[in-house]
Design a protein. Structure first.
Length: 223
């Protein structure tokens, strides 16, 4: 019973910590003027460092963890980079509350993808859940709920971020248990990919500016 109580307590603490981090992410994004892709690089590099420290503290046995499958590069590395970049870019365009709500539709997409890959098909109740979720967001997108003006491209980036998070989550589910050293490799390679994309393509105009500094009059003239 004591072990069960400790497990439940650990789960609750981890859940509160996770929700707190995600809830503060839009605010922290507004505290920096880094472009979206560079913000993703910093976040991924920090995650790799934390995973590395966790491996040392957990005294994981030394040994390579390799996954060179196509699913790893597309769903793992690519999905993670796309999720972070699109999310940070969306936050630079519009109201953080609206962007976060649109992006957090990803669990619904994850459930659909996980059921399909498990061979259970797409159940009617899951489709109804998706319909309800999107119907709940529709008034927010169509109406004027206050806050920073949020153009349609910002909502599109938020949806893309949610889809990428769902893809990344499906990969993690299929991959099974990944050691801390595996996460170090995953986050590190994702950080290098994000950095390479930034150096090769540069930063699209305006995607690094905080939402408060944008207005309909300057969105089209920034270069």
């Amino acid at each position: 019973m004591e072990l069960l109580d400790r497990a439940v307590l650990s789960g609750l603490v981890a859940g509160v910590f996770t929700v707190s981090l995600w809830g503060s992410l839009p605010l922290m994004r507004q505290l920096t003027d880094l472009p979206a892709m560079m913000t993703a690089v910093v976040a991924l590099a920090a995650a790799a460092g934390v995973a590395r420290i966790s491996a040392v503290l957990a005294r994981e046995p030394r040994g390579p963890w390799h996954d060179s499958s196509l699913a790893y590069w597309i769903g793992g590395v690519g999905g993670l980079v796309a999720a972070l970049y699109c999310y940070f870019a969306a936050l630079a365009w519009g109201d953080p509350a609206r962007i976060a709500l649109v992006t957090y539709l990803w669990p619904v997409v994850f459930v659909v993808g996980a059921n399909w890959l498990a061979g259970r098909g797409v159940r009617l109740r899951v489709l109804l859940g998706m319909a309800i979720a999107f119907a709940g967001v529709a008034p927010l997108v169509a109406g004027d709920g206050g806050g920073a003006e949020t153009p349609l491209p910002a909502y599109g980036l938020g949806l893309l971020s949610g889809g990428a998070w769902a893809l990344f989550s499906v990969y993690l589910r299929q991959a099974g248990t990944i050691p801390f050293r595996g996460y170090t490799r995953l986050f590190g390679q994702a950080a290098l990919l994000a950095l390479g994309l930034y150096l090769l393509t540069g930063q699209p105009a305006g995607l690094g500016l905080p939402a408060q500094s944008r207005s309909p009059s300057n969105i089209g003239v920034e270069r």
